[in-house]
Design a protein around this ligand. Sequence first.
Ligand SMILES: Cc1ncc(COP(=O)(O)O)c(C=O)c1O
Length: 392
Amino acid sequence: MRLAERIKRLTPSGTIVMAEMARSLAKSGRRVLHLEIGEPDFATPNHITEAACKAIKEGFTHYTSSKGLIELREAIAEDLERRQGVEVDPESEVIVTPGAKHAIYCACLATLNPEDEVLVLSPTWPTHFTCIRAAGASAVEVPCGENYSLDEERLKESITKKTRMILFSSPNNPTGGVLSLDEVKALTDLAADHDLLVLSDEIYDCITYDGVEAKSAASLSGSRERVILINGFSKRYAMTGWRLGYAVADREIVDAINRIQQTTTTCPASFVQKAGVAALKGPQECVEEMVKEYDKRRRFIVERLNKTLGLSCQNPKGAFYAFPKYSAKMPSIELCKRLLREEGVCTTPGRVFGRYGEGHLRISYATSLDILSEAAEKIERFFTRLGEELKG
Ligand SMILES: Cc1ncc(COP(=O)(O)O)c(C=O)c1O
């Protein structure tokens, strides 16, 4: 046995099974429509790319402070104050990381002890579970109501002596649900009553529809010192490959995350941080345009899914995922495999997002209307056939 015990906690997720199957189908010449990919299909806006190129050409290619460039941390603080009314000290309460994922991983490592329990609003992004497990703690799933509404009673009942943190993401991946300000307040109040930390993953907070606003958990008075706010550049500015994110927290937690970062990555790439400054300080119309386009796709796909036999889909209020429920009695992994094998449409099984995701499939609409339209037809055909098969 050459591997450490801790690596057993990092189990590969069901998304890998789907990706491998899609790859082998494509290799055999089949056309595969990818609705499983959780990243913007837009190019990173030009002024951001140019800022990185300029930094490289000017020789800005060395280590930075392990917390990130102060110029970037100041830009993050200004952005949070302007959009969310969150006041932070860029010197001591912000740390820039190579992606929001790394910020979540470090935050879990910095604050969780083995045996601790984390209440996770479910369904949720699978990496939330693995980061908790990586720290030796365990995730306790707390189901949300329809379209990711807070079940306050259920959350309260789930608190035990071992509970140390509540973790959630709003807008939510996979449901597209957004908690209201009252719900976020109820959650942070509960955390305060029981002296718990709150990890609030706000990576999709700029992608909302129909005038819905995703309010930051850190914006509530009195909750700042217990909230670890996570955000990043991947979704808002179509910068997934650049690897740039951040955590905002109490200075003690930021210092602890900094020690992990000093031990692991040192800092995010210097010129990528310059691109981050350009993103936050530059024009924001590019974000509005992308959101407008996602909105068109959202309206299209949700309508088509709701017209499909055996499917019902809530209207997502944020992010770029639809999470239809299906009526067939079949595990979501089996259903998604069949949809891929029979129609060449790759989606993500709901079970990947926790036990309360079962009975759903996740469809990413971060892809063109043409692809969505072709996929919608195939999905309709598949569910009609499945309905007849199950009847007969
Ligand atoms: C809820 C959530 N948080 C964080 C991330 C990852 O962000 P990053 O690319 O900055 O690591 C994702 C990516 O899918 C996500 O869905």
